[in-house]
Ligand binder design. Structure first.
Ligand SMILES: *Cc1c(COP(=O)(O)O)cnc(C)c1O
Length: 355
């Protein structure tokens, strides 16, 4: 049973799965430290950063929590345009922070003007932004949003969740001036779940020094102390670190530009097919995700029947998320998915319609 077109966990290449069966090493050994460092160096290329990069034994939500606990003492602005953005707001509130919301309807993007207005009303220590909102298939205009922040509130830290886009879409962390950029292993990186990667700027780490109650497990200053010695305060997720080693080689071998172009071509193909068959993407044209298409279910397809049909061919898609269930469905084209896989899926859609 393949997961192929669901937004994580996505299919993992057999050689990456196999890497997890390598024998364990003591994590305080030279061999492990070298591997850990090589992973960091190569992962930084995927993040387009020279900043420090953490390899955490948690899913992406853990890094959302780390961002809040380390970089926010009191006030944060959560940009909320979908379920994962709402989660980051929940994380902030449950950690005792004053988290105001800049909220738009599901399916809309956060625009630079909205952000500029919100920043006029109040000063924030940090802003949280989801790059690619997986529940709605909306890609926020992060470049423009960063620009607004640099212009109107230059000391506000910019925290960006790119869980469902990093390694599928170019996000130039250093050029955009992002302070904290996080992702999970099980989406565009096409690894098994359980590992999260995040990079942090110098000024964010400086800020963390003044933040109290950072906790222990997600204390990035503590992690950084060990990171410079190519290690972690706690036992790392070793098998996943092995898998990351192999997968980073595969990603860099494909070439980042090729990988990004492949994702754009796949999502365009899905969007075009659905539009041509009378079902529009939920997101407006300028804000469509390159890794997951959320389609308005205008033909009133029975999504569980559709999946039953697709699964006879080893494929499946995802229903809409939360309140968008059955009103939309989602086709994720993350990780190692190819254009010919997409053709196979769209043929499947066509055959389902003929039934
Ligand atoms: C999947 C997802 C998350 C949650 O990540 P986990 O690894 O499941 O904790 C957060 N943000 C976005 C945008 C996601 O797509």
């Amino acid at each position: 049973m393949s997961h192929m077109f669901v937004p994580g966990p996505v299919d993992v290449a057999p050689e990456v799965l196999a890497a997890q069966t390598r024998p364990m090493l003591p994590h305080r050994s030279k061999e492990f430290e070298e591997l850990f460092r090589r992973n960091e160096e190569r992962a930084k290329q995927v993040f387009f950063t020279k900043n420090r990069l953490f390899q955490g034994a948690c899913s992406g939500s853990g890094m959302q929590e780390a961002g809040i606990r380390n970089f926010v003492q009191e006030s944060v602005l959560s940009c909320v345009n979908g379920a994962f953005a709402q989660r980051w707001n929940d994380v902030a509130i449950s950690n005792g922070k004053q988290a105001d919301k800049l909220e738009v309807d599901f399916g809309e993007a956060i625009t630079p003007d909205m952000l500029r207005d919100a920043l006029k009303k109040k000063h924030y220590e940090a802003v949280t932004i989801i790059h690619n909102e997986t529940s709605t298939g909306v890609q926020n205009p992060v470049e423009e949003l960063c620009q607004v922040l640099h212009e109107t509130s230059p000391d506000t830290l910019i925290l960006v969740d790119a869980v469902s886009s990093l390694a599928g879409v170019k996000i130039d962390m250093d050029a955009l001036g992002i302070d904290f950029l996080l992702t999970s292993s099980q989406k565009c990186l096409a690894l098994p779940p359980g590992l999260a990667l995040a990079a942090a700027s110098d000024r964010a780490m400086k800020k963390a020094e003044s933040v109290t109650n950072r906790g222990w497990y997600f204390d990035l200053l503590l992690m950084d102390k060990h990171r410079i010695k190519d290690s972690t305060p706690m036992t790392p997720a070793m098998s996943l670190i092995y898998a990351l080693d192999v997968q980073l080689d595969r990603i860099l071998e494909e070439g980042l530009e090729n990988r990004f172009n492949r994702h754009t071509a796949m999502s365009n193909k899905v969007q075009d097919w659905c539009s041509a068959h009378g079902m529009q993407p939920l997101a407006k044209a300028d804000y469509r995700s390159h890794t997951v298409v959320t389609v308005k279910n205008e033909l009133k397809w029975d999504i569980s029947a559709l999946n039953k049909f697709l699964m006879t061919r080893g494929m499946r898609i995802a229903n809409g998320y939360g309140k968008l269930k059955d009103l939309t469905f989602r086709v994720a084209t993350m990780g190692e998915t190819s254009l010919s896989d997409v053709d196979m899926l769209l043929n499947g859609f066509g055959d389902f319609m003929k039934q």
